[in-house]
Design a protein around this ligand. Structure first.
Ligand code: UDP
Length: 429
């Protein structure tokens, strides 16, 4: 039996359950990351318990995720969805119930790994109690998001930024997904470079692969029209407005073949005053004003297992975000052999290679997006050529590789502790 079969990881993901349906206001890349990494770590022989806040009345307390990975639903506050800022008040209850579960389960852990700021707060507590190494990953950072957030619904609180600061100071290792991400941790949070590990996110290469384009198009009811795809949460940060305005510019181009824009994502929470509904209505009004009603299809959220045929059917996927810390959608599209036109921000620079497998747009100008989309949809072979290079590039980003690198990191931290190097002091730098 390998030594790492005895490695036990407590993964904290207070507000993002790896089992939650994707495409809502607050579910996306982070849920996927935790789910996939936990499964692959399990395959590598590591035991992973993912602790997340219980968000349904009738969910089982413990749900298996893989042979050695489990999701533990911890009661804290009402057993339903809560916006993340309202989860803060329930963190003490989360800690008590998580501690009770661990005691009754007789579990012990070698490393605690937190995802996002809410979990960072709790991981800091358990690190000080258990005296084990702590790894933190943020996925997005408040200070950065506030630089680019276009409206109040998407702005982040000072409480969040403060907790992020404390978590950066407390963690033995902070994971950045790219060098850009590392730069932000250093610039905005004074993170110590020696404690940052760069580890890109991944893609499920078995699920996302090139396929029969005609069959995929037929299944979506497309005939001759070309397809421009967007996949993601319905938030202003995702830049859907830029895509809609680019579509208007494309309609006005004489050489442009008929096309449809497919928008995948959006899962209303049912809460009163749902910000997603506000944003959706704003975008739908804009579609009317732009005279695009017959060009735009709102698919709503789609189960991830169904997404490959959307990417396979598409001629191009557009990722016009004002910011992306990594951007799994770009990678998934590339893995399906569909080129990407993306904004030149954050993690998209790590996957999309301008002029090789897609285009990176440095501006927010819809005309710049329209030009590049038209180039790809034009009569040349550029789309196929980029698609082939995109798939090849994506094959370097399988989840197995991510999990293997994480395993190395966990083992290093455990070994350092065994050699008497105490975890760094909690809440101090
Ligand atoms: N996704 C999905 N169904 C949807 C919309 C999105 O499964 O209807 C998934 C998508 O496949 C991707 C994730 O949600 O894995 C979004 O991740 P990304 O990093 O692109 O954006 P984030 O949500 O982290 O901002």
């Amino acid at each position: 039996m390998n030594d790492h079969l005895h490695l036990r990881i407590a993964t904290l993901s207070v507000h993002a359950c790896p089992l939650a349906p994707l495409g809502s206001w607050e579910t996306g890349g982070m849920n996927v990351y935790i789910r996939e990494v936990s499964r692959h770590l399990s395959d590598l022989g590591v035991h992973v318990d993912v602790f997340t806040r219980q968000q349904g009345e009738h969910v089982d307390a413990v749900v298996p995720l893989a042979e050695r990975a489990r999701v533990i639903h911890v009661p804290a506050g009402p057993g339903r969805y809560l916006p993340k800022d309202r989860v803060v008040a329930h963190l003490p209850e989360f800690i008590c119930n998580m501690r009770d579960f661990i005691q009754s389960d007789n579990a012990g852990y070698d490393v605690i790994h937190s995802h996002y700021w809410l979990s960072g707060r709790i991981a800091g507590y358990f690190k000080s109690v258990w005296r084990i190494p702590m790894v933190a990953m943020f996925h997005t950072l408040a200070e950065l998001k506030n630089q680019v957030s276009p409206n109040d619904d998407e702005r982040e609180s000072t409480v969040r930024a403060g907790i992020e600061r404390m978590t950066v100071a407390a963690a033995d290792r902070v994971i950045a997904s790219t060098t850009v991400d590392r730069g932000h941790l250093e610039d905005y949070y004074e993170a110590d470079r020696e404690r940052i590990t760069i580890l890109p996110c991944g893609v499920d290469l078995d699920l996302f692969h090139p396929g029969d384009t005609d069959a995929a198009r037929g299944s979506l009811g497309l005939s001759e029209e070309r397809m421009i795809l967007f996949v993601g949460r319905i938030q202003q940060l995702k830049g859907i407005e830029v895509l809609l305005r680019a579509a208007r510019a494309l309609v006005d181009r004489a050489e442009m073949p008929p096309f449809q824009v497919m928008i995948v994502g959006g899962r209303p929470s049912g809460e009163r005053n749902d910000p997603e509904i506000r944003e959706l209505h704003r975008l739908q009004r804009l579609v009317g004003e732009l005279g695009l009603n017959d060009r735009i299809r709102w698919a709503g959220a789609i189960d991830q297992r169904e997404l490959p045929r959307y990417y396979q059917a598409a001629d191009v996927t557009v990722v016009p975000s004002t910011y992306e810390s990594f951007g799994l959608v770009a990678l998934e599209s590339m893995a399906c052999g569909t080129p990407v036109v993306a904004s030149k921000v954050g993690g998209l620079l790590a996957t999309v290679q301008n002029g090789e497998n897609g285009f990176l747009i440095p501006s927010r100008n819809p005309d710049d997006y329209a030009c590049r989309i038209a180039e790809l949809l034009g009569p040349t072979k550029l789309q196929q050529q980029f698609g082939t290079v995109a798939r090849e590039r994506a094959t370097h980003f399988g989840w197995r590789r991510v999990a293997t690198q994480l395993l190395d990191l966990y083992q290093d931290l455990r070994a350092a502790r065994a050699h008497g190097q105490a975890p760094t002091t909690v809440w101090q730098k």
